[in-house]
Design a protein around this ligand. Sequence first.
Ligand code: ASN
Ligand code: ZN
Length: 330
Amino acid sequence: EWQAIETGTGNTMYSGQVTLGTAPSYTLTDTTRGNHKTYNLNGGTSGTGTLFTNTTDVWGNGLPANKETAGADAHYGAALTWDYYKNVQGRSGIRGDGVGAYSRVHYGNAYVNAFWSDSCFCMTYGDGANNTKPLTSIDVAAHEMTHGVTSNTAGLQYSGESGGLNEATSDIFAAAVEFYANNANDPGDYLVGEKIDIRGNGTPLRYMDKPSKDGSSKDSWYSGLGGIDVHYSSGPANHFFYLLSEGSGTKTINGVTYDSPTSDGLPVTGIGRAKAELIWFKALTTKWGTTTNYAGARTGTVDVAKALYGATSPEVAAVENAWAAINVGS
Ligand code: ASN
Ligand code: ZN
């Protein structure tokens, strides 16, 4: 079956004016990205609701009261995440088979969450507090879509230490996609959910340079880590990724100042985000399994780095130092 490649204009809430895949005339259907579609649940909590359909090819007005706005943000976030995995990691879609997932927005009433579901192979977004802060920012979309990638690769179980690694994988690629997007309205950062104001005081949901800044996440591994919520046991792995990318200490990137400590007090020299992303992705897709814990994550990333850069490379040393800095030793 043949379909035209067609693009329209989205006026998003978080990312300004963007280009969206909108064929056939006019629906939120991205024919260049596995036919990813975006649906309007319109307050429902099951099924697909209705495919966003329009008489013009302009979608949303940047404000949450316009129902198309959250659709435009979600559709854009899915497109960016697709492009990141395809163009940076060489993976075509969540399953690697070129087939798109779909997104559903306006789930329930004032629902303050978003989630991936393996059973529908889809992402779902609530409208946030007072239905005014839809959870459709770039990083949240990439976080949820990455749960699909993890589920179809390592399959990290969503409990214990593997659950923390699962959550961290979503936060890591959320940051990666946000940097990749290079969107002036939402510059890349090592924060998670800084746009959606889930706490109501303007602070992000999570901080990768020093996860404990959120009041609950851990900065380093300890023997009880597997017993806490996976959104907190992700902290040490998020911290590892920040340290491996940027190094320890103070650094300002895109106007955000980070200050990353190490548990052993020794400095870590970063190898840059691109290499850190590649190492994490290759470990996820070729080394880890359902019950991988922090010790196993260390072994997998060290093995990947040795294969990519050589056993005596500075990259391998940085990987080992970054794990040591979150109290995961050899
Ligand atoms: N938004 C949350 C997450 O992706 C939903 C959940 O707790 N699974 O982690
Ligand atoms: Zn998650």
